[in-house]
Design a protein around this ligand. Sequence first.
Ligand code: XMP
Length: 513
Amino acid sequence: MSHQTVIVLDFGGQYNQLIARRVRECGVYCEVKPYTTPLEQLKAMEPIGFIFTGGPNSVYDEKAPHVDPAIFELGVPVLGICYGCQLMAHTLGGQVTAAQEDTAREYGKTETYYDTTCKLFKGLPQQGISWMSHGDYMAKVPEGFALTAHTDACPNVAIADEKRGFYGVQYHPEVNHTQHGVDMIRNFLYEVCGATGDWTMGDYKNTAIRDIREKVGDGKVLLALSGGVDSSVAAALLAEAVGKQLTCVFVDHGLMRKNEGDEVEAAFARWDINFVRVDAEARFLLKLAGEAEPERKRKIIGEEFIRVFEEEAKKIGRVDYLVQGTIYPDVIESGAGDAAVIKSHHNVGGLPDYVDFKEIIEPLRLLFKDEVRQLGRELGLPKYLVMRQPFPGPGLAIRVIGDLTKEKLDTLRDADAIYREEIAAAGEDKNINQYFAVLTNTRSVGVMGDGRTYDYTLALRAVTTSDFMTADWARIPYDVLDRISTRIVNEVKGINRIVYDITSKPPATIEWE
Ligand code: XMP
């Protein structure tokens, strides 16, 4: 099984995996390699193209990373991005200098003009926004190169030596802010490198399964299944790879949405694995009884989860590998330093301190969320599971405001199910990134039939967001809100008033607790 391969040569930029992801998106296999990889090793991979990434350095820094100039003699096309572009220019005899203040130094969205006779821009508009982030400037381009894009401030934003297949761009085509950026990468792959698009998520799956089998051998594998997309896809992958050697422990804490526990169990029925569903609802509710403070609730759930998981793990005995559903954005976020703790996020899944094992396996570590979903579909997981919206580890416990009872949780489950059903029926689920109901601890007077009611207020939350760090409240049409409200107050006992949350994040958070 051999594919055309593109090598993303990593110079320490922040978007390296994003570049790799774009190449995969274009149907081409790619690997990210550190710039220190010996040329012989790179050559042995028989790449059809190289992409040099950005990086934090200036090419003229003493410690700036370099490449073996012989890489340009291999007859393999190169696309240099930002630092990668400057490095190529520098290595091939051009001149790179620090931009003078306010001249060619550029950051952020910049109107850019492209020469569409250049293969990189073939078939694309002559003008568009590109995302710049560079303080250096190519004062002199190397021999054989032409200028192929410019901005108002900078004459040489893109360079090309089409004969040798060398292209360089000062901006970042891999980020969404650059209009048609992915098309430029696609042009490089297909028009310049001669890619045929011989790579699919199915291939990724097969390679991942082969790698897992090789690593695990006849070892025992343990996985904490939360029912979320990431742990479910990781579980399916391991199930496919090692079958009976895998034990999935699914701690049902009783804080899940309506029917969710059964759905998760059903999704895994097709694999012959050890599937342990622990019905721990009573334990969790007992521990949470009378606790109204959000952070305490989160802590109790986190601790209890570990306890239950630990007990189950002990029953299994020796474990060699612990699987975690870490995905690439988690890798970035956890490296993000010490930002203030707004909420102690608890991700049901990572428990390395409490279980004795040899090694952690993170099979999704290099994938982005939508790729994880795609892989899940490839593995045969049902759509409702892989397309599931984010759901917090502490579950509905942080969506029932104040202290919890089983009755309140059931009320919320019923109301939330109606909300989700109506949003999906109206087709609004495609426009909204996360939506759920919150049972507040406010009661108010109402009238139903001829009688007075004194029941709970339910809040509806719906947001649009790309990264969940900031979010805007979703503009759900009034008639849809009306249908939801009418159905919930009529069908769910204990709720007589519905409000819609119209706060963005910040200043609010997405969840209420
Ligand atoms: P907030 O409320 O912080 O939520 O704006 C941002 C996103 O994170 C989810 N969330 C959690 N996810 N464990 C999780 O795995 C948690 O404890 C947790 N708390 C919030 C929330 O649903 C939203 O998608």
